[in-house]
Each structure stands twice: as C-alpha cells, then as structure tokens.
Write a protein that binds this ligand. Structure first.
Ligand code: DC
Length: 223
C-alpha cells in the first residue's frame, strides 16, 4: 500500500507524514528534501537554478538518495550527508526555483519511482498523488491558511532567529505562487484525494483522521 500526502509549504505535512508512517510501520519519504538537495548542489556549483543546460550537466554526475542511520533517515548527496544544510532559507527558495525546471522533475521522477517500488510507504510532496504516483492507494491533500502555515514555520525556526514572521509569510506566499503556477506538475489537488484542512486541527487530530482512512483501506486491501 502506498499513501501520498501533498499540500502547500508549512501545512504540517512533514510532521504528520512521519507519525503516520511510524504508526503504520511504513517508510516515510520526504520528496521535498530531494528538490532541496538538487538546489544545494546547484548553489554549491554556482549554477543558476533556472539554467536548464547547467542543471542537466550537473545531474549527469549526481547521486542522491536516503540512508537510515541509527533509525534516522539522512539525505546523502555524492556520499556527503546534507540533511541539515538543505534547511536554510536560501536553499528553500532555490528549491522552489529548481523544482519548476522540467529537467529536474524528470530526473527526480526516476529517483522517486525507484523509491516507491517497495510499497508500504508514505510519500510527502507536491505532486505525489497527481504525477509521481497517480495510482496510489490513498491520497491526502493537506492544507491550512497562509497565516497558520507562516506561524508554524516561524515557530519551528524561531530559536535560530533567521527570519521575522513577516519574512516567513512573504516566502511562503512566494513559494505558494511558484509551486502552484509552474507549468510542470503544479501543486493541485488530485481528483481522488481526501482534503484535510488542518487550520484548526492539532497534529494528533490530523493523524487520527488519516489513520482511520488508512485502516479502512488496509482492511479493504487485505481483509
Ligand atoms: O516540502 P519542501 O518545502 O521541503 O519542498 C521544497 C520545494 O520543493 C518546494 O518549493 C516545492 C518543491 N517540491 C516539489 O515541487 N515537488 C515535490 N514533490 C516536493 C517538493
């Protein structure tokens, strides 16, 4: 069984996907991390995030994937652990730009299909249910108001004092626009997705809602 969770930045997908996967004994795959990894590689190599030729050449020699160390999933790029360095505001914005490039999406489509071959996984991203796994067994679209999403993101990084709430909200609005207006695989709700508006829900409430659907599905699949 394969579960997909799509939705805009800051909706709480990562927290929820991780817990859902844990409760079901499934693997969790954060596909946004892959786009961030490509963005970091481009920034490090001084390649413009919109330069298709430069990106294509870079991707030819690139190896990106996840490994589990001491029970924690790490992102590895050309044998270097980049799990922490992909979380800066610079990489975040660059990831939004590279994710609009067809050459990058095509490259990561292959990577994601290979990761999905095992099943029993929760895939989190923007186009999981629409493009990457249109045949997924269970699809969720998790949303929340832009104000709530900005506040959650701000609280997440507050200790590092990197951005004001206004800057966080401006970045989120810019990313919403980039992610939903790009020509290739824009963020949209799959026809057969269950929409969960998390604006007024706690993490537990969202997880319980999703678990209910997952158990129903599992009893249908295996019962
Ligand atoms: O979920 P995130 O913030 O880590 O994602 C980083 C960027 O990657 C985001 O701007 C959108 C893009 N992305 C995408 O286009 N498709 C995905 N499946 C996952 C992320």
């Amino acid at each position: 069984m394969l579960i997909t969770i799509d939705g805009p930045a800051g909706a709480g997908k990562t927290t929820v996907s991780r817990i859902l996967a844990q409760r079901l004994g499934f693997r969790y795959v954060d596909t946004g991390a892959l786009y961030r990894g490509i963005a970091l590689a481009a920034l490090d190599a001084n390649i413009d995030c919109a330069d298709d030729n430069g990106l294509e050449t870079m991707l030819k020699d690139l190896a990106i994937g996840f490994v589990v160390r001491d029970g924690i999933t790490r992102l590895i790029l050309n044998s270097q652990d980049i799990s922490d360095s992909i979380r800066t505001p610079e990489v975040t914005m660059a990831a939004s730009t590279v994710s609009a490039r067809p050459v990058v999406r095509q490259y990561l489509l292959t990577v994601q299909h290979a990761l999905g071959s095992e099943k029993k996984a929760v895939f989190e991203g923007r186009d999981m249910g629409t493009v990457v796994f249109p045949g997924a067994d269970l699809k969720f679209f998790m949303d929340a108001s832009v104000e709530v999403r900005s506040m959650r993101r701000f609280n997440e990084f507050k200790d590092q004092n990197r951005q004001s709430i206004g800057e966080v909200e401006a970045d989120i609005r810019r990313r919403d626009k980039n992610d939903s207006t790009r020509t290739v695989a824009p963020l949209r709700v799959a026809e057969d997705a269950i929409v969960v508006d998390a604006t007024d829900l706690t993490v537990d409430q969202v997880v319980e809602t999703m678990l209910k659907h997952a158990r129903q599905k599992l009893s249908g699949v295996f019962g």
